[in-house]
Write a protein that binds this ligand. Structure first.
Ligand code: NAP
Length: 298
């Protein structure tokens, strides 16, 4: 039996593994993808992690992982299907039929892309990852849908390869930070399309156009690709009916990671919090181990 089972291998999970090993606790990290490091792996550049300005997201994720491995954390590639707690022992059931037991669990499963649910969103050429698929759009025309930090970062990234990038947002102002808004305004081939609600993606097999209601009037943008960046949803289906979740599905937990289930802690983007960033995720990972240590002593 493990002292701590960590579900998720993003910055929060990796930091939990590092802190657990430094406290000489037996920790197992369960990850959906082998060698994964969460959403950070598909972030082109991280500009706000102290001490490592402009580090690549993938590189930062790799560094976290190497650190955890160096300290002897165990990893297992397995997708979790269910979680139970009986007589104080947690059992984590995997999709492959196996299971593991632990005295405590740190839940750090992160978030997934929110899907754009309109007709045509299954067409080839609809992507949720600019850094993964941007290279296919050299000198082509694309749209990014969304108005947050991710959408503006994606538009800036794509502007370096695409001929033109429409930045389609449903409101009259972006919610992204001021620095990103300034960079977008200074980039000639990004065309903001505000007050525009996507209604359909059109094409035979591959995307050919995006239909909008622009200022309440129908409009078509002819283009080659649509990048969706409309936020995230927490990966907490597993905890439904087990731990308290808020109305949006995030695990109700404070800075100490303590949830409504004793011995179950939540770290990173999955928990209720003000700011979802790498720096707050790693802090959560450390705090959850401190909370778990206290729990394990009793
Ligand atoms: P977000 O801040 O939740 O923004 C989502 C955007 O998509 C909003 O503009 C929203 O519109 C729009 N949207 C939502 N549902 C939509 C729909 N069905 N159709 C059309 N538009 C829709 O998500 P995010 O940009 O992925 O950022 C998530 C978190 O990560 C934030 O806390 C952000 O600060 C952080 N982040 C930080 C950085 C950085 O610091 N460099 C980079 C990336 C992300 P409304 O504005 O109308 O709500």
């Amino acid at each position: 039996m493990f002292d701590i089972i960590i579900i998720g291998s993003g910055p929060a999970g990796m930091t939990a593994a590092i802190y657990a090993r430094r406290a000489s606790l037996d920790a197992l990290v369960l990850e959906k993808d082998a060698m994964g490091s969460g959403q950070i792996a598909v972030t082109e550049q991280v500009d706000n992690y102290p001490g490592l300005p402009r580090i690549g997201g993938y590189e930062l994720g790799e560094k976290f992982r190497e650190h955890a491995e160096e300290l002897g954390a165990s990893f297992s590639e397995n997708e979790v299907a269910a979680l139970t707690k009986t007589d104080g022992i947690f059992t984590v059931f995997m999709k492959d039929g196996t299971s593991v037991t632990g005295k405590s669990v740190i839940y750090a499963a992160g978030t997934s892309y929110r899907r754009l649910e309109i007709p045509g969103s299954q067409l080839l050429g609809v992507s949720y990852c600019a850094t993964c698929d941007g290279a296919f759009y050299q000198n082509k025309t694309v749209a990014v849908v969304g108005g947050g930090d991710t959408a503006l970062e994606d538009a800036l990234y794509l502007s370096r390869m695409a001929k033109q990038v429409y930045l389609v947002h449903r409101r009259d102002a972006f919610r992204a930070n001021a620095s990103l808004q300034k960079q977008v305004a200074q980039t000639g081939n990004i065309v903001p399309v505000l007050c525009a609600v996507p209604t359909e993606i059109v094409g035979e097999k591959h995307v050919e156009a995006l239909k909008l209601l622009h200022n309440d009037k129908p409009e078509d943008l002819q283009l080659d690709g649509v990048f969706v960046a409309i936020g995230s949803v927490p990966n907490t289906e597993l905890l439904r009916g087990i731990a308290a979740l808020d109305a949006s599905g995030y695990v109700v937990a404070g800075e100490d990671g303590v949830t409504s289930v004793s011995g179950l802690f939540a770290a990173g983007d999955v928990r209720t919090k003000l700011l979802r960033q790498v720096v707050t995720a790693v802090a959560d990972g450390a705090n959850c181990v401190a909370s778990a240590e206290k729990y394990l002593l009793h």
